[in-house]
Design a protein around this ligand. Structure first.
Ligand SMILES: [Zn+2]
Length: 319
């Protein structure tokens, strides 16, 4: 089995297999990468490898592996409360106290932090104390989408395992196997939007790659080059909250970017995209992408949606 269940990331898997065969494992790993990049899969495999009783670890077959892979191992402990916005400090302190009780049945006691970036300063300081000098059987697996949000003192004690996006070919093969009935356009769109991360592409295909009603309306108005039509699309959106506006704008940016990219690369995805390509020049498309991306960045800042939509209407109409 080794680390095969994690797709791609060959160099990282090779590195881990070598460390395992030489018995040179670290007691603290930082698994970093965006959502859907394979952090949880890798954490399961690592936890199994730590407990596995076979020669080639993880074997996936022995009782220790099976328990670790199914999340049932008593010495693989998840430190989190998904109901809470930040990981409660108490849970970190409890884990640190528990660390000094020897493993039940495994070779190691593995503490898994599924969202280390959501530890506040107090939580991180509590964690720091227990990763400084753990007993020989203590292992910490910290998962994070934002490694930079962890204290440098924590990062310096971890071996960082950074997950990479998958090659197009590999991602396409995997998605085609998982979604045999998906349209080629839908697969390609999910691949582009996911940035190469399998988990994100799977989510997109599960959600369906349907365009949002606002995106369809935007596409028609933009192709018609009508300022009035754009205003009719954008005005009702002024009432949305920033977190509702953002996914719509992300889809617009994706549509415009694929239209721009289709001139020199792959053919446009979907009818809307090809109409946009035909009705606008490269320069116009690039300006539109910039305007939408600027609007998306404003949804992260403290700017009202009315202002964002107003600005976007002016910029897209000028274009
Ligand atoms: Zn095993």
């Amino acid at each position: 089995m080794d680390f095969d269940a994690l797709l791609g990331n060959d160099a990282l898997k090779q590195r881990l297999s070598v460390s395992l065969s030489r018995g040179q494992l670290s007691h603290c790993y930082l698994l970093s990468g965006p959502s859907g990049s394979g952090k949880h899969t890798l954490a399961k495999l690592l936890a199994a490898a730590m407990q596995c009783t076979s020669v080639r670890r993880p074997c996936g077959q022995c009782a220790q592996c099976r328990k670790a892979l199914s999340g049932m191992h008593p010495d693989v402990i998840t430190v989190d409360d998904p109901e809470k916005k930040t990981v409660p400090v108490k849970l970190v302190r409890d884990a640190c106290a528990d660390l000094y009780i020897r493993p039940n049945e495994g070779a190691k006691k593995v503490y898994l932090f599924p969202r280390a970036q959501d530890l506040n300063a107090q939580g991180q300081n509590a964690l720091l104390k227990c990763i400084e000098e753990p007993p020989a059987y203590g292992v910490f697996l910290l998962l994070t989408e934002h490694a930079e949000q962890l204290l440098p003192t924590i990062r310096s004690r971890c071996v960082e395992l950074r997950l990479s996006p998958l090659r197009d070919e590999l991602l396409h093969k995997e998605l085609s196997a998982r979604f045999p009935d998906a349209q080629p356009d839908a697969l390609r769109s999910a691949m582009l939007r996911s940035g190469g991360y399998l988990g994100q592409a799977v989510d997109l295909l599960n959600e369906g790659s349907e365009l949002l009603p606002q995106t369809k309306a935007f596409s028609e108005a933009y192709c018609a080059g009508s300022a009035g039509a754009l205003l009719r699309v954008l005005a009702p959106m002024e009432r949305l909250k920033r977190e509702q506006l953002r996914p719509i704008l992300l889809q617009w940016a994706e549509l415009l970017s694929s239209a721009a990219a289709s001139r020199s690369g792959p053919p446009p995805i979907g009818a809307e995209c090809s109409k946009i390509t035909q009705s606008h020049t490269d320069a116009q498309l690039l300006r539109a992408v910039e305007a939408v991306q600027h609007a998306i960045s404003l949804t992260d800042a403290n700017v009202g949606t009315a202002h964002i939509c107003g600005m976007l209407c002016v910029k897209l109409s000028e274009n």
